[in-house]
Design a protein around this ligand. Structure first.
Ligand code: ATP
Ligand code: MG
Length: 318
């Protein structure tokens, strides 16, 4: 009897070269069955290369990659029938409807008993079923792409940057669909530039940069292990308060537009000291909050590089 694989995906010391260029450099990770796994990294980090090797589309230069226990270089047919793929920059036929698109892809996959209307409903496109692809917004197109990835009822679903370029609302709607897949027991392999997306959706995160792994774990673990500071935000602060905090040896960041200051502190004790000093100095502020850093901050700390433009967390954050 064949032993059932414990992990959906196992990647061991994977390397990929394009000629002399080293795109993926000895990376290893495992994806548990039923989890949402996010591979994070800036442009050119090697995400698509890695994903497409697991999908059997590209060949590894070296290393071992298994999907549901099967070697990706030797069991391509068996693997393809167990996976669903939303490629990066997905596009479909402009002038055919959502329903016709689903019917076509079902035939293409040789899947006979596909519940097309069920899949269309799963991605919340029922009222768009008769609309042509070209007329859909970016978010709806991506949701159709996810429905296509599900026509063969795959155990593992790959979504390569499913929300890049979408507005915040469309992005949230795609997130809901992804959470629905997890609820159905699918393993979801996600690549993204967006830290908040990974923080919200992923059970496990692997961050890669320039082809190499730089951090791995649950979002909470990554924050816990790498973020050894707190961010104190004070709103509507008097100018005097800023001087008081600076005199204490902290380096507050000031946003003059909304009279907000942010202070990076090591301990909750520092927060108490700052608040006392402001009060003793006769200065005031309207409100405050204290936050742990988010994954974006962790990424910046680890790499010194922003994942994508304009995404470095809150304005003026450390
Ligand atoms: N077929 C190819 N031939 C040569 N170089 C390639 C090929 N595919 C990718 N590359 C290069 O390998 C590196 C990694 O590319 P890859 O597409 O895997 O990155 P990525 O993390 O998916 O980036 P993005 O966030 O832009 O999608 C890049 O420098 C890219 O230009
Ligand atoms: Mg890519």
């Amino acid at each position: 009897m064949i032993k059932e694989a414990e992990f959906a995906i196992e990647v061991e010391l994977l390397t990929k070269r394009y000629g002399k260029y080293l795109a993926v450099n000895n990376i290893s990770f495992k994806v548990r069955k039923g989890e949402v796994f996010a591979l994070l990294g800036p442009n050119g980090a090697g995400k698509t290369t890695t994903v497409e090797i697991i999908e059997t589309i590209r060949r590894p230069t070296s290393g071992q990659v298994r999907l549901l226990g099967m070697d990706v270089t030797r069991k391509k047919h068996a693997i393809v029938s167990c996976i669903g793929v939303l490629p990066q920059g997905f596009s479909s036929f402009d002038r055919i409807t959502v329903r016709e698109t689903m019917q076509y892809y079902s035939r293409l996959f040789g899947s006979r008993h596909v519940d097309i209307d069920g899949l269309i409903a799963l991605v919340n496109l029922t009222d768009k079923a008769k609309e042509q692809y070209a007329t859909l917004s970016g978010g709806l197109k991506q949701r159709l792409g996810i429905a296509i990835a599900l026509v063969n009822d795959p155990e593992v679903v790959f979504l390569d940057e499913p929300t890049t370029g979408l507005d915040p609302r469309a992005r949230r709607e795609v997130w809901d669909v992804i959470l629905g897949l997890k609820k159905k027991g699918k393993t979801v392999f996600l690549t993204t530039h967006y830290m908040e997306e990974a923080e919200l959706l992923a059970d496990t995160v692997t961050i890669i940069s320039k082809g190499a792994t730089i951090a791995m774990g649950s979002p909470d673990q990554l924050i816990e292990n790498n973020a050894d500071y707190l961010v104190l935000t004070l709103q509507s602060v008097e100018a005097r308060a800023l001087e008081i905090i600076a005199r204490m040896g902290f380096r507050p960041d000031q946003n003059t537009n909304d009279q907000t200051i942010l202070v990076r502190v090591a301990h909750t004790d520092d927060i108490r000291k700052i608040l006392n000093a402001i009060q003793d100095g006769g200065a005031s502020f309207l409100s405050m909050d204290v936050r742990k850093p988010n994954l974006e901050h962790v990424f910046l700390k680890l790499t010194g590089e922003a994942l994508h433009q304009g995404a470095a967390g809150e304005k003026g954050a450390p």
